[in-house]
Design a protein around this ligand. Structure first.
Ligand code: UD1
Length: 416
C-alpha cells in the first residue's frame, strides 16, 4: 500500500498549474458515448477515477487512447449496455452512464455505484427523474434495469438539487423529442460545463447554472474537441494548504469565480489573495485566526468537497470554529484521524466544533475518503515531526500525485 511521508513545518512557495476538473471530466466521458464520432478531452489529470471511468467505457466497447493529458474516445463500437458490478463499484459516477447509455442504446443494465464512503448517497432522485421521462426501471439483484422505448419529454422537479441526477437527466433527455424541463437543478460549474460540452456536440440545452434547465431533443450528436473547466477543489486545496503553511503560491489555470465562497472565507483571515484573470496568488504568514462558522451548501455555497481541508486549517488556527456539514452526513470521519495528530474537535451530528491548537504532532493516519485524505496531507504539512498518511489510494482518485506539486512548492513530502 502506498503512503505519503511528510516532515512538516515548511512554508510553500512557487506555482501550481491546475488540471481539468474531475467532476467535469467524469460526466463528459459518460456523455461522449452519445456520439459515434471521435471526442477529444484536453488537460485531463492522471487520477484513478478517470482511469476507472475509462475502464467502464472500454467494457462497453469504446476505444480510448490517452496521449499525455488528452483523452481520445472512439465510441463507434460501444454497443454493450451493461455495466457489471465489479466496475460500477469502483466509481459512483458510473451512475451518470445510465442517462447516456439509455440515450444511446434505449436500454441499460447498471450495477449500483460505488465511490467515496461519505454518507448514504442514494440514487432515488436519479431513478424518480428517469421514471418521469417514461423510462421503465426495475431494481433487482444489485442491478438497475432500464428500458426507454416509451421515453417522452416531461417537466421534472428534483427533490434536491443533486449534481449527479441533474447531469443524468440532461444526458437522458438529449434525444427525446420535444422539450424536457428539469427544475430544482444543481447549479454547480460542472453542470454548466456539461451543457457547453453537449451543445458543442449539437445538443440544444439551456439554463445550466440556474435552477431550471431546458433540453430540446435533437436527433444526433457529433464529435467534439473540448477542454473541461479547471478543478476548483484541487485549486481550493492548495489555497488552504498555503494559508496553513504560510508562503507565496500562485495557482495557474483557475476560475476564481468557481471558488468565490472559499476566497471570501480566506479574506477574513490575514492571508492576502490576489486574483488576475485565471491566476490566483495567495500570500500567508501561516497560523490564521479561526473562521467563526463554515457551513457547506449547494453551489455557490461553501463546497462539501472542501470541508475536510478547511477543518484541517481550523485545527491549527487561533480560536474556535464551528463547521456544519449539510450535504454528506458522514463527512466528519476524518476528524478522528486529525485528533490522532492532536487536533481538538468535538462532533455532534452534522456540527463540528474545532478549537485551534498551537501545533499538531506528526503521527500515522489513514485516509478513508478522497477529500478527507487530502486534509490529512495538509495537516501533515504543518504538524511538528513526521506524519505518515496511509491508504492514499483514496487521494489518488481525485488528485494527481500530490507530492509532485507539494515538493515543487518546497514541502518535505515523499510518496513510497
Ligand atoms: C457530486 C460530486 C461530489 C460532490 C457532490 C456535492 C461528482 C462526480 N461528484 O456528487 O464530489 O461532493 O456532488 O457537491 O460530480 N441525494 C439523494 N438522492 C439522490 C442523489 C443525491 O438523496 O438520488 C443526496 C445525497 O445523499 C447528498 C445530496 O443529495 O446528500 C447531494 O448529492 P449529489 O449532488 O447527488 O452528489 P453527487 O452527484 O453524488
Amino acid at each position: 500500500m502506498k503512503e505519503y511521508i511528510i516532515n512538516g513545518g515548511r512554508a510553500l512557495d512557487g506555482t501550481v498549474e491546475i488540471r481539468g476538473a474531475k467532476n467535469s471530466i467524469l460526466p463528459l466521458l459518460a456523455g461522449s458515448i452519445l456520439t459515434d464520432e471521435i471526442t477529444v478531452l484536453h488537460n485531463c489529470p492522471n487520477i484513478s477515477d478517470v482511469d476507472s471511468m475509462i475502464k467502464i467505457l472500454e467494457g462497453l466497447g469504446s476505444k480510448i487512447i490517452r496521449n499525455a493529458r488528452d483523452i481520445v474516445i472512439d465510441n463507434s463500437m460501444a454497443n454493450k449496455s451493461e455495466i457489471p458490478a465489479y466496475l460500477a463499484k469502483e466509481l459512483r459516477s458510473s451512475i451518470f452512464l445510465l442517462g447516456s447509455l439509455l440515450s444511446r442504446n434505449k436500454k441499460a443494465k447498471v450495477a449500483y455505484p460505488g465511490g467515496c464512503d461519505i454518507g448514504l448517497r442514494p440514487i432515488d432522485i436519479h431513478i424518480a427523474g428517469l421514471r418521469e421521462l417514461g423510462i421503465e426501471i426495475q431494481e433487482q439483484g444489485g442491478y438497475i434495469f432500464c428500458n426507454c422505448q416509451n421515453a417522452k419529454c416531461a417537466d421534472v422537479v428534483l427533490d434536491l438539487p443533486s449534481v449527479g441526477a441533474t447531469e443524468n437527466l440532461m444526458m437522458s433527455s438529449v434525444f427525446i423529442k420535444g422539450r424536457t424541463v428539469i427544475r430544482n437543478c444543481a447549479k454547480e460549474p460542472e453542470i454548466v460545463d456539461l451543457q457547453r460540452f453537449l451543445n458543442a456536440m449539437g445538443a440544444k440545452i439551456k439554463g445550466a447554472g440556474t435552477s431550471v434547465i431546458v433540453v430540446e431533443g435533437v436527433e444526433k450528436l457529433h464529435g467534439v474537441e473540448y477542454t473541461p473547466i479547471p478543478d476548483r477543489i484541487v485549486a481550493g486545496t492548495y489555497l488552504i494548504a498555503t494559508a496553513m503553511c504560510g508562503g507565496n503560491v500562485e495557482l495557474i489555470n483557475v476560475n476564481p469565480e468557481h471558488i468565490s465562497s472559499l476566497i471570501s472565507k480566506l479574506s477574513k483571515t490575514t492571508c492576502k489573495v490576489h486574483i488576475k484573470n485565471d491566476r490566483i496568488l495567495i500570500k500567508s504568514k501561516g497560523r490564521q485566526k479561526s473562521l467563526d462558522c463554515i457551513e457547506t451548501m449547494y453551489y455557490p455555497g461553501f463546497p462539501t468537497d472542501l470541508q475536510s481541508q478547511i477543518m484541517a486549517m481550523q485545527t491549527v488556527s487561533r480560536g474556535t470554529s464551528v463547521i456544519v456539514e449539510n450535504i454528506f452526513e458522514t463527512r466528519f470521519k476524518t476528524a478522528g484521524e486529525l485528533k490522532k495528530l492532536g487536533a481538538d474537535i468535538t462532533i455532534k451530528g452534522r456540527v463540528a466544533v474545532v478549537k485551534g491548537v498551537k501545533e499538531l504532532i506528526g503521527g500515522e493516519v489513514h485516509a478513508s475518503d478522497l477529500r478527507g485524505g487530502a486534509s490529512l496531507v495538509l495537516a501533515g504539512l504543518v504538524a511538528g515531526g513526521q506524519t505518515v498518511v496511509k491508504d492514499i489510494y483514496h487521494i489518488d482518485r481525485g488528485y494527481e500525485d500530490m507530492s509532485v506539486d507539494l515538493l515543487k512548492l518546497g514541502a518535505n513530502i515523499k510518496r513510497t
